[in-house]
Design a protein around this ligand. Structure first.
Ligand SMILES: O=C(O)Cc1cc(O)ccc1O
Ligand SMILES: [Fe+2]
Length: 428
């Protein structure tokens, strides 16, 4: 496949045409009486029409047929995806999962959508406030099927296998150690190339933003120019046997048939787009004299709540970096947090956790659940010679941190990946 081209910048006003159709973008207006090439103009709104300018998001898509040309939506098999937070009793203990099992291609063919499993979450899509954490495990590409999430935005963290994501806005290749965001309502289809696994942070009612930098200044952490946005790409493809548009709406899966590919957008402009980001571009800030800084210094993206400084969810990474602090216990401190902490591991190991935390697995430390380094880590770090040292080289752990008190799903508690929680005697 030819190298994909991307536009650059976080939240910019972009304009792009498939090079096969120069002049497809109307000039000077959004909906001329007749669009170039006889295309249909369609707006996709990502914010209320009346949101203040900095938060106002919409894009104009110029397409061969309008999205409305579909048969009715009807409920379909739900699998392990749910927004029902009352399936299981509350569980305040530390939870830990071994790598989530990926189905072998010769066993059962599972694509990205059928491979979605909800682990935990809170709040709801109806009142537009909350989150869900899913894992996807799949082995097959979506063929003549696309997905759109009417409930919220997906921040996708691939851990195993590359995703080739075709969206209405164009194509993105996303590999482990990268992340991508597909926002509410954007149709996409996922091609995979073998056994594939990753994590999804879904937020309802907010979009991801770059965190404010305060005294850090104008640069640092995830820099806006490193975010990549697809360029327009279309196919003019009739599908007489039926193309399936899957729609997650209020936590339920629906499907509608149409007789053409939805990836028929010849040109688009706007600031409401999917995007991707390579985690190695993160400009890491840390303590250079003493003490362990809070992990908020590693925030890549935040989905803010209406309370200042309080996130519906943050996406935080633990990248390779130098540890230099003097007279300091350098690993994460023991703590109890008024936030929920779900952690996953893309590669390598995480300094503060015992053996059970492996790439492709996860852990949940819920609100006020005590946690911290295991005894071995405590012992070593308390006696370490504090010379400058590389921390976490070759590794990438991450955290979805939320102000919501999350419920764990039945699947999350019953999956064979669920393992022994940390034992008190492992600590301190
Ligand atoms: O619990 C964890 O491992 C995540 C975490 C890391 C850190 O450096 C400080 C606080 C924190 O919650
Ligand atoms: Fe923590």
């Amino acid at each position: 496949m030819a190298e994909l081209k991307y536009l650059t910048g976080f939240g910019n006003e972009f304009a792009t045409e498939d090079p096969r159709c120069p002049g497809a973008l109307p000039e000077g207006q959004n909906n001329p009486q007749v669009c170039p090439y006889g295309l249909y103009a369609e707006q996709l709104s990502g914010s209320a029409f009346t949101c203040p300018r900095p938060a106002n998001k919409r894009s104009w898509l110029y397409r061969i047929l309008p999205s409305v040309r579909h048969k009715p939506f009807a409920p379909v098999e739900q699998g392990a995806l749910t927004h029902n937070w009352d399936e299981a009793e509350p569980e305040p203990n530390q939870l830990r999962w071994l790598p989530f099992t990926v189905p072998k291609p010769n066993e059962k063919k599972i694509d990205f959508v059928t491979g979605l499993h909800t682990l935990c979450g809170a709040g709801d899509a109806k009142s537009r406030n909350g989150l869900a954490i899913h894992v996807y495990t799949c082995n097959t590409s979506m063929i003549d099927r696309c997905f759109n999430n009417s409930d919220g935005d997906f921040l996708i963290v691939p851990q195993l296998g590359v995703l080739l994501i075709t969206t209405e806005f164009g194509k993105m290749m996303v590999e482990p150690n990268e992340t991508c965001v597909v926002q509410q309502g954007m149709r996409f289809s996922v091609e995979v190339f073998g056994e594939t696994r990753g994590y999804i942070l879904e937020v309802f009612g907010a979009h991801f933003e770059l965190p404010d930098l305060g005294p850090i200044g104008a640069n640092g952490l995830a820099n806006p120019r490193d975010f990549l946005v697809p360029t327009a790409w279309y196919e003019d493809r009739k599908v007489p046997s039926g193309y399936t548009v899957i729609n997650k709406y209020q936590g339920k899966m629906f499907a509608a048939q149409q007789d053409f590919s939805p990836f028929n957008v010849v040109a688009w402009h706007g600031n409401y787009t999917p995007y991707k980001y390579n985690l190695t571009n993160f400009m890491v800030i840390n303590s250079v004299e003493f003490d362990h800084a809070d992990p908020s210094i590693f925030t890549v993206l935040t989905a803010k709540s209406t309370r200042p400084g309080v996130a519906i969810a943050d996406f935080v990474i633990f990248p390779p970096r130098w540890g230099v602090a003097n007279n300091t216990f350098r690993p994460p401190y023991y703590h109890r947090n008024c936030m929920s902490e779900f952690m996953g591991l893309i590669k390598g190991h995480y300094e503060a956790k015992a053996e059970g935390f492996q790439p492709g697995g996860g852990s949940l430390h819920s609100i006020m659940t005590p946690h911290g380094p295991d005894a071995d880590c405590f012992e070593k770090a308390s006696q370490a010679d504090l010379k400058p040292e590389r921390v976490a080289d070759g590794t990438m752990a991450f955290m979805f941190e939320s102000s919501f008190s999350m419920a764990v799903t039945k699947w999350g508690l019953d999956t064979s990946s669920k393992t022994q929680q940390e034992k008190p005697e492992d600590h301190g």
